[in-house]
Ligand binder design. Structure first.
Ligand SMILES: *[C@@H]1O[C@H](CO)[C@@H](O)[C@H](O)[C@H]1NC(C)=O
Length: 292
């Protein structure tokens, strides 16, 4: 029976150990992909940290169960408890800071546009803080966050490579970063030349400072626009939600493992005590046997 519960803890921890490998791998893979999420690389850290933690606690539980080390099992249960608390905290935090804001539908456009005023709270304050934003925007520029937008067609008459037409562009789906950072807001009324080149034309009187912030300089674009901050917040919201769903699944599994391990551990301890009593009884009886 005792060996059975130890085996159970051992098997469960072996499984969670195996499960931590793809989690860790996924986190490392995500952080190694070079695209605009590189500026949000810190996002991938939670996954990597979760992967490493699960790996370490599974090892603790596995070794503790195999070698019947009570202190290892105790440490294992304690660390597991901390991890469960931390996970709950992270999930609540992720939902709390990303609960506001969504993209806005624009007439005759397939893509959404993003406005900073739709967002609120801690994360917005963080992202719009000039100190942070200058870092994020220069990162967006350095990783060429907008170069992936380029789409060309071959002119059937002349065989020349041309940019997509304005009509085709308006039918496109854009990521929040592309929509917010790589083109001026539609309300500015600028005329499309290519994805990142717009004819500013006559002076417009639109009540949106982003229209003035827009620059055809391919190093500037709308990286300083509020729409770009909003696009980044939308991206953050999306990825934090995804990470949170993974975390909820992990949390459920961990709570299950924790409950089973706790029950098994208590059982083990009782057995150990029984065994200890048995041994003392035996050692006590031994001298009398060898007295003569
Ligand atoms: C748009 O045209 C400009 C000027 O020719 C060019 O530098 C830029 O790369 C083009 N943008 C895209 C996304 O192709």
């Amino acid at each position: 029976m005792m060996r059975g519960t130890n085996n159970l803890i051992g098997v469960i921890n072996f499984i969670t150990f195996l499960a931590s490998i793809p989690i860790l791998g996924g986190g490392i893979w995500l952080s190694s992909r070079a695209n605009s999420t590189e500026c949000l690389r810190f996002l991938q850290w939670p996954i990597i940290i979760i992967g490493i933690t699960i790996m370490v606690i599974s090892l603790l539980g596995f070794v503790g169960a195999c070698y019947r080390q009570t202190w290892l099992l105790q440490l294992y249960l304690f660390v597991m408890f901390l991890v469960i608390i931390a996970l709950i905290g992270f999930i609540v935090f992720a939902f709390a800071v990303t609960d506001s804001g969504r993209g806005q539908v624009i007439v005759n456009r397939s893509f959404l546009e993003y406005q900073l005023s739709d967002y609120s709270g801690w994360l917005k304050d963080r992202v719009s803080d000039p100190k942070y934003w200058s870092k994020i925007s220069s990162c967006l520029r350095d990783v060429h966050a907008c170069s992936g937008m380029r789409r060309t067609i071959r002119d059937p008459a002349t065989g020349m490579i041309l940019s997509e037409s304005a009509d085709m562009f308006s039918q496109r789906q854009l990521s929040p970063i592309e929509s917010g950072c790589c083109k001026p807001p539609t309300s500015c009324g600028y005329v499309y030349v290519n994805e990142t080149l717009w004819n500013v034309g006559a002076q417009m009187f639109v009540n949106d400072i982003d229209c003035n912030r827009w620059s055809n300089d391919q190093q500037q674009l709308c990286y300083h626009c509020d729409s770009c901050k909003a696009g980044l917040l939308a991206t953050l919201k999306h990825s934090w939600r995804k990470v949170s769903i993974i975390n909820i699944v992990i949390l459920i599994i961990l709570v299950f493992v924790y409950v089973v391990a706790c029950a098994a551990f208590r059982n083990n301890k009782r057995m150990d005590n029984d065994e200890a009593y048995g041994e003392t009884r035996m050692t006590k009886s031994r001298p009398s046997r060898f007295q003569f």
